[in-house]
Design a protein around this ligand. Structure first.
Ligand code: DO4
Ligand code: MG
Length: 282
């Protein structure tokens, strides 16, 4: 099942049918002990349905990020490629060792990424900082975890990052990661009712003036840590009354010669969630 948050309501897609959700309160709708079962029950009790073409048009024109009051958190250095890239970018600052250690440690790197206000949906603009000279998107499978601490769904996340600021000093991480329009989530909240398969692939394509200038893909099986493990650490001493989102880290880092430009189009695809598309602005 997929939940789309729109400017004027919420759409549910299930088995190629679309339904209008009478409950327009996102926080209330998604934070359920068993979201899949709750949505199934709503369908079986009867929901107003919508013509697929009308629903697709609304999704094209009215889509918002699938977020209400949820905080957006992120995981770091969960793939070998992220460890290598970070060790290299911070070696002059003497920070390389920290990334090596956190990759191997029991405790993962978890950090606060964004408020809902700093997060955009598919079709919207993400930003690169004006005081940054080296910027990349980070394509990340993103968990939706309910307030009981249980993973209920998935979306696609873009953890926009300034490599120049992060590389200058690892203590600048919050500035490299958190600023207006620093995070994108979407296009929907995918609620499969079972854990997402480990052969799921994350694909990134960056287009400049309509041409692909970088593309890569990675399977989530390449991740060093488990989803439950990451959620468990996040919920150790933090409660989330409406649930929260947790990005699971990037396994794709473009070569050091690459930086994002204003006008670039970032496309992140995770089947069967969909494609998250954002244009870069500064
Ligand atoms: O340690 C810095 C951030 C790492 C990160 O965002 C990632 O690995 O995805
Ligand atoms: Mg990241």
């Amino acid at each position: 099942m997929k939940l789309y948050k729109l400017k004027n309501g919420i759409l549910l897609e299930h088995a190629r049918s679309f339904y209008e959700m009478p409950d327009k309160n996102w926080d209330h709708l998604v934070n359920q002990e068993d979201l899949y079962e709750a949505l199934k029950e709503k369908i079986s009790r009867g929901l107003p349905s919508m013509e697929p073409n009308d629903a697709k048009l609304l999704i094209q024109t009215e889509l918002l990020a699938p977020v209400g009051s949820q905080e957006i958190w992120a995981s770091g250095v969960t793939y070998l490629r992220s460890r290598e890239a970070r060790m290299e970018e911070s070696k002059d600052a003497g920070g390389g060792d920290f990334y090596d250690r956190v990759y191997a440690a029991d405790r993962p790197e978890l950090f606060f990424k964004a408020t809902p206000e700093r997060t955009v949906g598919s079709g919207d603009q993400v930003k690169i900082r004006k005081d940054s000279t080296w910027d990349v998107p980070e394509p990340e499978l993103t968990l939706f975890i309910n307030s009981w601490g249980h993973i209920q769904g998935y979306t696609i996340g873009n953890d926009m990052s300034s490599r120049s600021i992060e590389g200058e000093n690892p203590l600048y991480l919050p500035q490299a990661k958190t600023y207006d329009r620093c995070a994108a989530l979407g296009p929907c909240l995918y609620v499969p009712g079972f854990p997402i398969p480990t052969n799921t692939s994350i694909a990134l394509e960056i287009r400049r003036a309509g041409k692909a200038v970088f593309s890569d893909a990675i399977a989530i099986s390449q991740m060093k840590r488990g989803h439950e493990e990451l959620a468990g650490f996040l919920f150790r001493e933090c409660s989330f009354s409406h649930g929260c989102y947790l990005m699971t880290g990037t396994g794709i880092v473009p070569p050091n010669s690459f930086t994002l430009n204003a006008g670039d189009e970032v496309r992140i695809t995770i089947d069967p969630i969909g494609t998250l598309v954002n244009i870069v602005a500064n």
